[in-house]
Design a binder for this molecule. Structure first.
Ligand SMILES: [Zn+2]
Length: 167
């Protein structure tokens, strides 16, 4: 399968931070990548790996991003999503999933341009960068050094959440 190699890297990195998420991958020939949160099927259009709107331009990032949607759906209770700290960092994930594609400019409060299209994608973009560096905050902060403190706070939040989950 086309994604076998990238999947191996992604799963190894997820395991390194204590996450074991089961999912299937299907290839899309048109349209944007997405995931079916309930069935844990990730549909990937390889062209998305080239998108400058994403935090990183590779397939691994796209896969981490989509895994992020599944992770959020599986683990975020309404209580978490409505927590003021969470809302301040990521926005309201319960908001109807309709992306605002007008936001095409970089903003230092976001880890990527795409992170601005919906609070769920804000979380997934941060999650993907967090996973890329296997939760190593020092390395992550180096990567996001041009971003606002808010992005570092997002990373710390994800770090704390995953550590608590794994306890
Ligand atoms: Zn997304």
């Amino acid at each position: 399968m086309a994604f076998e190699r990238v999947r191996k890297v992604v799963d190894t990195k997820l395991a390194a931070i204590g996450l074991h998420i089961k999912y299937k991958i299907r290839t899309l020939k048109e349209g944007e990548s997405y995931s079916s949160n309930r069935s844990h099927v990730i549909y990937i259009n390889p062209i998305d790996a080239k998108s400058k709107m994403m935090a990183r331009q590779n397939l691994r990032h796209i896969l981490f991003h989509e895994v992020g949607h599944i992770f959020a759906n599986d683990n975020f209770t309404k209580k978490i999503k409505k927590d003021p700290k969470f809302l301040a960092l990521f926005g309201d994930l319960t908001k109807h999933y309709r992306r605002d594609m007008r936001k095409k400019f970089r903003h230092i409060d976001f880890v990527s341009t795409y992170a601005q299209v919906h609070p769920s994608d804000n979380f997934c973009e941060a999650f993907a960068v967090y996973c890329t560096f296997e939760g190593n905050l020092k390395e992550i902060f180096k990567h996001v050094k041009k971003r606002a403190e808010k992005v570092r706070k997002q990373m710390r939040w994800i770090n704390k959440f995953i550590k608590q989950m794994n306890n």
